[in-house]
Structure formats: structure tokens, C-alpha cells
Design a protein around this ligand. Structure first.
Ligand code: AHG
Ligand code: MN
Ligand code: MN
Length: 361
């Protein structure tokens, strides 16, 4: 062994610790987490398939600028009315492919498909559904900037072609997570027992544990919002932004990919917002495969996520692709935004009351 100046015993301890760390793969971690559950094997296999999807997407992204037909638009528009990129289609298909013949997932639904995708051969034993955003932050794709994939795992219910069983509140999620395609590829997940992050070791082809039981600080300096929409927001959001502008200790960070922005907030605290705008009163983000899974994670990490008037996890969707305003992050920072919303609502109702009392009967 090389002379590191450490005693032999100490070197042995270090070696053991680093080996132990290298061997804490995602599937082993899920099994450990779910020890007592009869679903442990299935959930470990399911997370493994999601990890495989992440590796396939990361591999393509890492060489995107060198290959033909990877970047740019397809020319199609998706159900959201947004232009589809070739990577959106590829990543959408990857998630479908990894779950074919898995016996795990009977139905998948994503941002890129109007209706759920059924895998009938899985249904007799497939106990789960997967809702996902295959590429989050699509506008970053052609610039080699951070991107993500978001997923929510649910219990399979209902029969083929019936969307209703997917329309559950976020509290019914069995698990959720995201994959972040940044300088390294990370997978962050929760099965309701804390939030854990993994980093892809390309030399092993495995996601290795990075941090267990992530806790979001109760306050952070970052506010993350597209201020280009300032004049399209309702007044309380403008008031909040005016407040952070004139108060020391705040800093803006916004990447265009919410997985990336939320990852920063999960680790360092702060608040991410996508409020309603005049053009899109419900905002831009989709409840079932964007806001709800990220809300599940942030709650597990001790933070909060709200629409401004209701906890995101309590919202029961009426439509598969329903949008929702989102305020997510550190407890205290979310509460501060809410206080501006409440204050504004109170002033409005006081004003209405006064003008009603002045109107001659
Ligand atoms: P997607 O690429 O899946 O449509 O999601 C993009 C989302 C989110 O990741 C990001 O925070 C936001 O849209 C960016 O939108 P703006 O360009 O309107 O800020
Ligand atoms: Mn998205
Ligand atoms: Mn997307």
C-alpha cells in the first residue's frame, strides 16, 4: 500500500469505508430502505429500471453534439401545445422500453403522450403506474445545459383506457424522484422514508449513494423564478419580488430546468416559484408529473410545496395534464410568499367591504 502517513489500521478503515460506499448502489439502498415491506424486491427492480432509463438518456445527452439527429425540434406539437424536441421523443420512448416485459408497470403517462401508454403483458402482475416528464427543461437541450427527468410511482388500479385511476392527489404517490443531467448524472428519490441522492459512476455504470436523508434548510438565500413574467403575475408575487430586491441576503438563480433549480434548493434552501400568468392562469407546470413528485421530495426533506392556497400534495387533479401554480422550497421561505398572498387577499376583501358599505342601498 502507498505510504500515506496513516497507520495500517487507519488505512484499512478508510479502504473499508470507501468500499462500503462504492457498494451502496441504488438497488441495494432501496432493498435496505424497504426491508420490512413485501414490495421491497419489486420497488428495487422498478427503481433499477428508472436508473437504466437515466443512464440511456445521459449517454445520449453526453454525445448529443457529436451525433446527427439528436438535437433540435421534431416539427410536432405535444398535447401541451409545446414544440417537441427530438430528445423529448427519445427520452419518452426510453421510459416505455425499459418497462416493457418488466412485469412491474402496467401503465405509463407522460407529458409527451395525450393518453396513458398501456403495457398489457405487464398488467396481470404489474402493480405500479409511472407518471413522468421525460425531459424537463427542454429549452436547455440544444445548449448543453442541465436537464432532468421527473417520475412519480403510483399503485396500479383500474382497467385499460381508463384515465380516472391516475387522477390521485400527490399523497397517494408511493414514491417519486428525478434524474439530473448535469456535470454528473444524479438520481434523487424518496419512497416515503427520506430523500436520498445518488451519483452515476460512469466507470461502473452504477448509481452510487451520495447523500442519505437530505434535509432542506428552513431558510435559504435563493429565489428561483422567471422574472421575465413579472408583469404577468398577480400582485402578491410582484410584492414578494420587490421585497427580496430591497432586502439584503437574497440572490436569484434560475436555469430554465426546474429539476436543476429545485435540486439546488433541496440542498441549500430557498424558494422556487412558477406562479400563474395572465396568459396561463394556472402557470406552466403540470401537477401529476412535475409539481406533485417534486412536492413529495421536498416534504420528505422537511420543506413545503403549495399552489399559494393549497398544499400541492392535497390537490386532486381533474385532468391528466392539469397545470398548477407552484411555490416550493424551504418552510420559512414558502411561508413568506404565502404571507404576501394572504395579505393581498385581506386587503382586497377589506376594499370590497368598504366600497359595499359606501354604496347607497
Ligand atoms: P418542460 O421542458 O418539461 O416543458 O419543463 C420546463 C419547465 C421547467 O423545467 C422550467 O422551470 C420552466 O418550464 C421554464 O419555463 P419558462 O421558460 O417559462 O421560465
Ligand atoms: Mn418539465
Ligand atoms: Mn418535459
Amino acid at each position: 500500500m502507498a505510504d500515506t502517513g496513516l497507520s495500517n489500521e487507519l488505512q484499512d478503515v478508510h479502504l473499508e469505508e470507501s468500499l462500503e460506499r462504492d457498494c451502496t448502489t441504488l438497488s441495494r439502498h432501496v432493498l435496505q430502505q424497504m426491508q420490512m415491506s413485501p414490495e421491497a424486491q419489486d420497488l428495487s427492480a422498478l427503481m433499477n429500471r428508472i436508473a437504466l432509463a437515466g443512464k440511456l438518456i445521459a449517454r445520449r445527452l453526453s454525445r448529443a453534439g457529436l451525433m446527427a439527429g439528436v438535437l433540435g425540434f421534431t416539427g410536432e406539437t405535444n398535447i401541451q401545445g409545446e414544440s417537441v424536441k427530438k430528445m423529448d421523443v427519445y427520452a419518452n420512448d426510453v421510459f416505455i422500453s425499459v418497462f416493457k416485459q418488466s412485469g412491474l408497470v402496467c401503465r405509463l403517462a407522460s407529458e409527451e403522450m395525450e393518453l396513458p401508454y398501456e403495457i398489457p403483458e405487464n398488467c396481470p402482475i404489474g402493480r405500479y403506474t409511472l407518471l413522468y416528464d421525460p425531459i424537463d427543461g427542454s429549452s436547455n437541450t440544444d445548449n448543453n445545459l442541465s436537464l432532468g427527468s421527473i417520475f412519480a410511482i403510483g399503485q396500479h388500479q383500474g382497467t385499460e383506457g381508463d384515465v380516472t385511476p391516475l387522477l390521485n392527489s400527490g399523497r397517494k404517490q408511493i414514491g417519486a424522484g428525478y434524474i439530473l443531467y448535469g456535470p454528473s448524472t444524479m438520481l434523487v428519490y424518496s419512497l416515503g422514508q427520506g430523500v436520498h441522492s445518488f451519483t452515476l459512476d460512469p466507470s461502473l455504470g452504477e448509481f452510487i449513494l451520495t447523500e442519505e436523508n437530505i434535509k432542506t434548510p428552513s431558510h435559504g438565500a435563493v429565489y428561483s423564478v422567471n422574472e421575465g413574467n413579472f408583469w404577468q403575475w398577480e400582485e402578491p408575487f410582484r410584492e414578494y419580488i420587490r421585497y427580496v430586491h430591497r432586502t439584503e441576503g437574497y440572490t436569484a438563480r434560475y436555469s430554465g430546468a426546474m429539476v436543476s433549480d429545485v435540486h439546488r434548493i433541496l440542498l441549500q434552501g430557498g424558494v422556487f416559484m412558477y406562479p400563474g400568468t395572465t396568459k396561463k392562469p394556472e402557470g406552466k407546470l403540470r401537477l401529476l408529473y412535475e409539481s406533485a413528485p417534486l412536492a413529495f421530495l421536498i416534504e420528505q426533506a422537511g420543506g413545503r410545496a403549495t399552489t399559494g392556497t393549497q398544499e400541492i400534495l392535497d390537490v386532486i387533479p381533474e385532468k391528466l395534464h392539469q397545470r398548477t401554480p407552484l411555490i416550493l422550497g424551504s418552510k420559512d421561505d414558502v411561508a413568506l410568499v404565502e404571507s404576501f398572498i394572504r395579505e393581498h387577499a385581506k386587503n382586497e376583501s377589506d376594499r370590497t367591504e368598504i366600497s359595499r358599505s359606501r354604496t347607497p342601498q
